[in-house]
Design a protein around this ligand. Structure first.
Ligand code: F6P
Length: 539
């Protein structure tokens, strides 16, 4: 069954939200807090080890009523059911969207074309577990009989960002293996990584769903050539493994059949870290921790699937984001984790969110005349406070921000943790309240400086306070954003699971490469032609 398709702007609730916006656009959140002492409790969701306070938003109960009606009018409930029941909701690619099956318990029933995929998933999981244990305990050895010390993940986009972000985020839980990531076609990337490696003790994990991606295959070939300077062909079977749906191409690359970890076309690249694409995660932190990550995501899936929309974290966050994107015309959203471990989290979400919802044609094939995907950016606090926070506080743009923090410090340094947390809380308070003229005056500011020191405040934030950073809580957090993406895609009436927009550049790059190799000539605009000539002349 196809996803429901409704132009959101034609709904009754959208019209109500437009009217409501007129009444809300100049309301200061400070006044909303002053009027209602229960506001914070009213707009907080406590679930498991998550405390999500969304009270510092430019919303009232009326706003939430309309937004929740919008979710009903676009038939979100039905869409969630369609996703979880394995319907072909990725219609433009003719595929189901079942990354949620990857983290479901063994006895779950997820069907693709009438066949339950759980047995296959658990077979691959078993393979990941066995392989991880052998590499981590040293019983699997390299060609010269030494155990592995290093793992290199070769992939790009979803075959890199997810594993790289999770390995970085779970650094605290890491074992003795050193992990590296090679993604960019820029040869400097692979060469810098190679410099650090010993071919005798390095395991290479080539991750490519399609096994046709230029960057990944070029990097894999460069590494293979370098490796073969120290070992003969037979050693490849010990040192190279691949994760892919394209078994034929993997074999043609020379990888042993036993070293192939399959994945499926019903897992989108940017949602694939839960599959064998997460092999490097499992190797880096051990299989039980990889399982913990999956368990956390599964718990969030259950929450998303079953919880009433009013207290459903991904739904509420998605609706609030639509409110700013489509009514306040906010163009971007910041994601600020108060944890250095999550330094790659915003980068990871950029692909998830912008590749999914960066669309301008609706599910009926019509051009859209309203805003869709938000621009995502962010860096960890407190560093970002000393970098771009000025613009959030006093710039002209409205930038709603998610503040993500953890109550418990992993290293137990309470002094640092208290300072970190005080900054975490202070920033959302400052963004809410700003600083009035009277307050600036009371600080003794001169009249000339007065206007520059006033902060308007009224800047929206969500606070996502989690007990502790663990594989499980990280799994919940990632899944929370995955479901937010889904909800927004449904509301905007777009297909969130294709990415045709990235294809054109790839096709043109192939043509230009032929010209650089003098095997073809093509027509270009004069700018591109000049640049091409300039490069050819100098290189
Ligand atoms: O850039 C487009 C894209 O298809 C992403 O969606 C994907 O994650 C990435 O390329 C890598 O693709 P593959 O895993 O097939 O190499």
């Amino acid at each position: 069954m196809a996803l429901p398709s409704k132009n959101p702007t034609a709904t009754k609730s959208w019209k109500q939200l437009e009217e409501h916006y007129k009444a809300m656009q100049n309301v200061h959140m400070k006044d909303l807090f002053a009027q209602d002492s229960t506001r914070a409790n009213k707009f907080t969701i406590k679930w498991d080890d998550f405390y999500v306070d969304y009270s510092k938003n430019r919303i009232t109960e009326e706003t939430m009523t309309y937004l929740l009606q919008l979710a009903d009018e676009v038939k979100l409930k039905e869409a969630i059911k369609s996703q979880f029941s394995g319907e072909v909701i990725n219609q433009t690619e003719g595929r189901a969207v079942l990354h949620t099956a990857l983290r479901a318990p063994k006895n779950a029933d997820f069907k693709v074309d009438g066949v339950n995929v759980m047995p296959e998933i658990y077979q691959v999981k078993q393979k990941i577990e066995n392989f991880t244990n052998e590499v981590v305990n040293g019983s699997r050895k390299g060609f010269s009989g030494k155990p592995f010390t290093d793992v290199v993940n070769i992939g790009i986009g979803g075959s890199d960002l997810g594993p790289a972000m999770v390995v970085e985020s779970l650094q605290y839980y890491k074992n003795h293996l050193t992990t590296h990531f090679v993604s960019n076609i820029d040869g400097d990337h692979v060469n810098e990584v190679i410099k650090k490696l010993n071919p005798e003790t390095t395991l290479f994990v080539i991750v490519s769903k399609t096994f046709t991606t230029q960057e990944t295959l070029s990097n894999a070939n460069t590494i293979k050539d370098w490796f073969l300077k120290s070992a003969d062909e037979s050693a490849i079977a010990k040192h190279f493994v691949a994760v892919s749906t394209n078994i034929k191409n993997v074999k043609a690359f020379g990888i042993d059949e036993n070293n192939i970890f399959p994945m499926w076309d019903w897992v989108g690249g940017r949602f694939s870290l839960w599959s064998a694409v997460g092999l490097t995660i499992s190797l880096a932190v051990g299989y039980p921790n990889f399982e913990g990550l999956l368990l956390g995501a599964h718990k969030m899936d259950e929450h998303f699937k079953n919880e009433d929309f009013k207290t459903n974290i991904p739904v509420v966050l998605a609706l609030i984001s639509v409110w700013y994107n489509n009514f306040f015309n906010a163009e971007s959203e910041a994601i600020i984790p108060y944890s250095q471990y999550l330094s790659q989290f915003a980068t990871y979400l950029q692909q998830g969110i912008m590749e999914s919802n960066g669309k301008s044609v609706d599910r009926n094939g019509n051009l859209i005349d309203y805003q869709t995907g938000t621009i995502i950016w962010g860096e960890p606090g407190t560093n970002s406070q000393h970098a771009f926070f000025q613009l959030i506080h006093q710039g002209t743009k409205l930038i709603p921000a998610d503040f993500i923090g953890f109550v418990i410090s992993l290293h137990g340094n309470q002094d640092h943790q208290d300072k970190l947390t005080s900054n975490f809380l202070a920033q959302t308070e400052a963004l809410l309240n700003g600083k009035t003229e009277a307050e600036v005056k009371a600080e003794g500011a001169s009249s000339e400086l007065l206007p520059f020191k006033i902060f308007e405040g009224n800047k929206p934030t969500n606070t996502i306070f989690i007990n502790k950073l663990s594989p499980e809580s990280l799994g919940k957090l990632i899944a929370m954003y995955e479901h937010k993406i889904f909800v927004q895609g449904i509301i905007w009436n777009i297909f969130s699971y294709d990415q045709f927009g990235v294809e054109l550049g790839k096709q043109l790059a192939t043509k230009i490469l032929q010209e650089l190799n003098n095997t073809a000539t093509n027509k270009h605009d004069s700018s591109t032609q000049n640049l091409l000539n300039y490069y050819k002349h100098l290189s």
